[in-house]
Design a binder for this molecule. Structure first.
Ligand SMILES: Cc1cc2nc3c(=O)[nH]c(=O)nc-3n(C[C@H](O)[C@H](O)[C@H](O)COP(=O)(O)OP(=O)(O)OC[C@H]3O[C@@H](n4cnc5c(N)ncnc54)[C@H](O)[C@@H]3O)c2cc1C
Length: 454
């Protein structure tokens, strides 16, 4: 009898686990209450990057005169932008749905709840209650934006990210609360689309988890583009006014704007799943702790994606989903490599783009680890000068004794693409000389990687 594998949630982790397990012969049922593709497709990665893509084009048009193009003017048509986002997310949803059908995955539409460790109950609109028996279950129910107890997102003037794709009008002045990855992406997005922007930064640097040099480069660019930074400011309340909003900070500062956007993190979708009926433990923050195979404390129940409390990235969800499928099918006994979350590449789609992978410089120095750090600016790169955007740099961290690449950061145009080279180097334990001796294209931004590896 094939393994009966039930998956709750069709985001990156669920979809990847479903197709991979189905290809290996499992009888897969994918339960989704919303859309195939998950929040990643509907609310997060895709619409945010579609907005950033339009904003990026507007910025480019504003700079075009320096490249010899005169009298260009970019005015935003919100309706066209909205339709474009719907078209892209709709297309991705349809292709994911078709993929499920082609792999023989049964899709059940509705919210799934554990009845016991082996049974999942789904209340569907079409078929009524559906009971599913399972040999293995994956919880891949994702996360949702966190809202604080001092503010309510009304979807009109006070927004969470999923209410901003795009809002009914582009804010005259947006106050963004939260300067992590999501916050800074929204600063960039709306500044490019023409809003005045104030950013509330609770610490002394934006992107507190990132390399200070990288964060400083982004801050400098924000200031150059007229973004107001409230540093060391903790928001404690939002008042609605006739004209818009006033965000109150704990030190008495006030940020006035037409709209406010809350970007203060997310909470896991682990409530209401009946996890206690299945004996699955959650931690205080609501995440489901997992081992290196993504197994929960109940060995045939797995958790992957945001709900597992590892790196909240779609790319990590995909990788976990794949590993779960392999474990469910018993493939982990063969040459199976565990996921190394420290080697996950990540990107921030600002201008300039930011991407990093592997070891962080500050962390390595704090551990007293010997490190070779090499850095070159894009200002020395021909392609960057030709393209009229020579902001940023490439930084590579390597082991001084062996030359093995341990990590790196890229700030600059196409950083999210370029980081793939360093991600491969880190994963495959390549040496800096492997990068230097690659015969690269000229003129290309990637040449900066070879220069930094010298
Ligand atoms: C604004 C924003 C932008 C982002 N941009 C990026 C990016 O560019 N790149 C990147 O890698 N990551 C990005 N992320 C993070 C990324 O979106 C998440 O890491 C990713 O979506 C997590 O995937 P997941 O598989 O856990 O599930 P999700 O994508 O969260 O989907 C979970 C699914 O489970 C469903 N579900 C929940 N409960 C039930 C239930 N009981 N029964 C059935 N279905 C259920 C939900 O309806 C949802 O469809 C971004 C996040 C945000 C907030």
């Amino acid at each position: 009898m094939p393994v009966r594998f039930v998956i709750l949630g069709a985001g990156p982790a669920g979809v990847q686990a479903a197709t991979h397990a189905a290809r290996m012969g499992a009888e897969v049922t994918l339960v989704e209450r919303d859309v195939i593709g998950g929040s990643a497709n509907l609310w997060n990665c895709i619409p945010s990057k579609a907005m950033i893509s339009t904003g990026g084009l507007m910025s480019l048009v504003r700079r075009a005169s320096s490249m010899g193009l005169c009298d260009l003017d970019a005015r935003l048509d919100l309706q066209v932008l909205r339709e474009r986002i719907d078209r892209i997310t709709g297309h991705l949803e349809r292709s994911a749905t078709e993929l499920m059908a082609s792999q023989g995955v049964r899709v059940v539409r509705g919210a799934g709840v554990f009845k016991s460790a082996q049974e999942v109950l789904v209340d569907t609109a079409e078929e009524g209650p559906v009971e599913l028996e399972a040999d293995a279950v994956l919880v891949a129910t994702g996360s949702r934006p966190r809202t604080p107890d001092w503010a309510e997102a009304d979807g009109e003037r006070v927004l969470v990210t999923r209410q901003a794709y795009p809002p009914p009008q582009i804010p005259r002045h947006l106050v963004v609360i939260g300067s992590g990855v999501t916050g800074v992406e929204f600063v960039h997005m709306f500044r490019s689309l023409g809003s005045e922007v104030t950013l509330i930064v609770s610490r002394q640097q934006v992107l507190p988890q990132k390399d200070p040099e990288v964060a400083a480069a982004l801050e400098a660019d924000f200031l150059r583009r007229g973004v107001t930074l409230f540093k060391g400011a903790r928001a404690v309340g939002i008042d609605r006014t006739d004209e818009g909003v006033v965000v109150r900070c704990s030190d008495g500062r006030m940020a006035e704007g037409s709209h406010a956007l809350l970007a203060i993190g997310s909470v896991p979708n682990s409530d209401g799943l009946g996890l206690a009926s299945a004996g699955v433990r959650v931690n205080e923050a609501g995440y489901i702790p997992v081992n290196q195979h993504c197994q929960t404390n109940v060995s045939h129940i797995y958790a992957a994606g945001d709900v597992s409390g590892k790196l909240p990235l779609a790319s990590v969800g995909y990788a976990q989903g794949r590993k779960v499928a392999e474990h469910v099918m018993g493939l982990h006994t063969r040459a199976h490599r565990h996921l190394d979350y420290d080697k996950a590449a990540s990107a921030i789609f600002t201008e300039p783009e930011i991407a990093d992978v592997g070891l962080a410089e500050a962390e390595a120095f704090a551990e007293g680890r010997k490190l070779r750090v090499t850095k070159v600016p894009f200002a020395a790169n021909a392609r960057a000068l030709i393209d009229g955007d020579a902001r940023g740099f490439v930084k590579i961290l390597s082991d001084p004794a062996t030359g093995i690449v341990l990590g790196g950061s890229i700030v600059g145009k196409n950083a999210a693409e370029l980081i793939s080279v360093l991600a491969l180097a880190v994963t495959a334990h390549l040496q800096v000389t492997d990068i230097v001796e690659s015969l690269l294209v000229h003129p290309a931004l990637a040449e900066a990687l070879a220069d930094a590896a010298e």
